[in-house]
Design a protein around this ligand. Structure first.
Ligand code: ADP
Length: 552
């Protein structure tokens, strides 16, 4: 801008100088011209007077600055101050002379061959019918211009130098307030009212930008607040896989401390599934895949983000589905176990009954075969009953109303019902403790006591003991079932509550176990807000403690 102002000032100065020069030249030239004509007129009058009084002698006696020609009424030259009159041609046709013959006076101008000089003529008709003509030469405008070109260049140089100095100072002075403008807070009533509409517009734009920035910031804060509190991981990338946003959940799940904006998303995880999902999303597909990260299983959802019809990036959602996958795995195992557990007794029943149907069973074996069918179907019924109980606890669909149940009485009853089994196994069962009221589902609480007591008897040694204690121990309301049985190895202790898990499969089956007893105990306890603890020593015995929370 400074340069432009600078150049403009210099241009204006030079043009103004030239225009002034031409203008003055024109005025001067016209002035001198008029002056010359007036001089010629005066001289003509004087000469006329001289001729009238002294005739041709007057002319001869004159010292001439200008050329004087005396022309007869027929146009022939009587006298000429610069040339021999006889040698001159007839002047009647000369413009000024013809005009003087016609109107009494006449003037004309003629240029020399080089155009460097201009001859100015003035002719006057005298009383005797002759014409006196005075001629003077004058420099033309061009000659004048040529003569003045040197001083003019000199003056022009001075003008340019002065213009440069002035222009430089002036342009800086003009631009200074503009350079010093505070566009964030423009002063509308500043030095230049011309730019105040622009400043007003800037001020309005600033306000608009301010408002938009505030909205953007608020949106960003809301987005960050929402995404940072999400347990799921959320990553947004551009089409070149550079991370635009990555929430805390994603960093936690991927085991990273930070994700630098602009860094490739593959820095966060280099697994093949992760890469394929992102590449798929960036090529426009909806990708859904599972990814293992250490001991955890993550579900990955990657979707393309479109802008104006073309893919501009992708959004990746990471969810920890380890528990869900484990449950799914358990469900699959459970289904396969149930099928297997059901199939075994059914195959046995089917086989025996087929032999019986074919009539190839000896009458004496009939009783044994019937006994087998009876025990296998008994196993089936127990298994189906256990599955029903477990699924009721799973689905929270135990319909019976809660009631106050005395656990001591319940334990005594279970021990009583198991007496025959205990006797058969040569195991003594004792119940001790105090009255302990639990508000719960009687049948479920009974199942807990019964299963623990039955296990204590089943997995015992001949002559062994099962001691049931009900009451408060160390400030905790407990049901404790300890035995002097075979014990549970350390490595199996964590798994005995799993469905169908048995330490010794063949032994457990032989003694009629379904592998669901402890699962029912665990779920039943959880249903009553109670936990189950187990202590055991192989060959010495085990102790199961059900710890009840306070009644609400
Ligand atoms: P089961 O119907 O086979 O008894 P449970 O779920 O009741 O199934 O028990 C799971 C496994 O835990 C049993 O197969 C057994 O190996 C072991 N177990 C349970 N209770 C005892 C105990 N008191 N002493 C030793 N082992 C036990």
């Amino acid at each position: 801008m400074t340069k432009k102002i600078f150049r403009s000032i210099i241009c204006v100065s030079v043009v103004t100088f030239l225009a002034c020069f031409v203008f003055i030249m024109g005025i001067l030239y016209d002035y001198f011209n008029a002056q010359l004509i007036s001089e010629l007129k005066s001289e003509a009058v004087l000469t006329e007077y001289g001729i009238e009084n002294y005739g041709e002698d007057y002319l001869k006696g004159l010292k001439y600055d200008n050329r004087i020609t005396w022309i007869d009424s027929d146009g022939s030259v009587i006298y000429d101050s610069d040339a021999d009159a006889a040698s001159l041609e007839n002047h009647a046709e000369r413009e000024e002379v013809a005009e003087a013959f016609e109107k009494g006076s006449g003037s004309s101008q003629r240029y020399s061959d080089t155009f460097a000089e201009r001859n100015v003529y003035y002719a006057k008709l005298m009383d005797d019918g002759t014409v006196i003509r005075i001629a003077s030469s004058q420099y033309t405008v061009w000659t004048l211009l040529l003569a003045m070109i040197q001083p003019m260049i000199f003056v022009l140089i001075i003008v340019i130098i002065l213009s440069v100095i002035l222009a430089s100072k002036l342009s800086k002075k003009i631009v200074k307030p503009i350079n010093e403008l505070d566009l964030d807070h423009p002063d509308i009533d500043g030095d230049y009212p011309e730019i105040s509409p622009l400043l007003k517009k800037i001020s309005r734009q600033n306000m608009l930008i301010d408002r938009q920035m505030r909205t953007l910031k608020r949106n960003e804060e809301e987005f960050t607040a929402i995404t940072s509190n999400m347990s799921e991981g959320l990553i947004i990338i551009d089409r070149g896989t550079a991370v635009l946003s990555c929430n805390r959940g994603a960093l936690k799940l991927l085991g990273k401390d930070e994700a630098k904006t602009g860094e490739s998303v593959f820095v966060l995880n280099r697994s093949e599934n992760f890469r394929k999902a992102i590449e798929g999303a960036l090529s426009g597909e909806h990708k859904e895949t599972l990814m293992e990260c250490g001991s955890r299983i993550y579900q990955l959802l990657a979707n393309p983000v479109y802008e104006g019809g073309s893919i501009n990036g992708a959004v990746i959602l990471i969810m920890d589905v380890t528990e869900k996958e484990k449950q799914e795995e358990m469900r699959r195992e459970f289904t396969s176990n149930v099928s297997h557990e059901l199939k075994t007794p059914l195959t046995s029943i089917y086989g025996i009954s087929e032999i019986m149907v074919n009539g190839i069973v000896k009458p004496e074996d009939m009783g044994r075969f019937a006994e087998n069918i009876h025990s296998e179907s008994g196993r089936l019924i127990t298994l189906v009953n256990d599955i029903i109980k477990l699924s009721q606890l799973d689905e929270n669909s135990v319909t019976t109303e809660r009631e106050d149940v005395d656990m001591l009485a319940l334990a005594k009853d279970a021990a009583f019902r198991l007496k025959t089994v205990a006797d058969d196994n040569n195991v003594t069962v004792s119940v001790s403790g105090e009255k302990l009221i639990i508000n719960g589902i009687r049948s479920v609480l009974d199942e807990i006591v019964y299963n623990l007591c039955e296990n204590g008897i089943k997995y015992n040694k001949p002559g062994g003991r099962v001691d049931i204690f009900v009451g408060v121990e160390n400030g905790r309301r407990v049901l404790k079932v300890s035995d002097t049985g075979i014990g549970i190895p350390q490595e199996d202790r964590a798994r005995i509550f799993e469905r169908f898990y048995r330490v010794d499969k063949s032994h457990s089956r032989k003694i009629g176990g379904t592998g669901l007893g402890l699962s029912i105990v665990k779920h039943g306890a959880a249903y009553h807000n109670a936990s189950v603890e187990v202590e055991s020593k192989v060959n010495e015995g085990s102790c199961f403690t059900v710890v009840f929370a306070e009644n609400k």
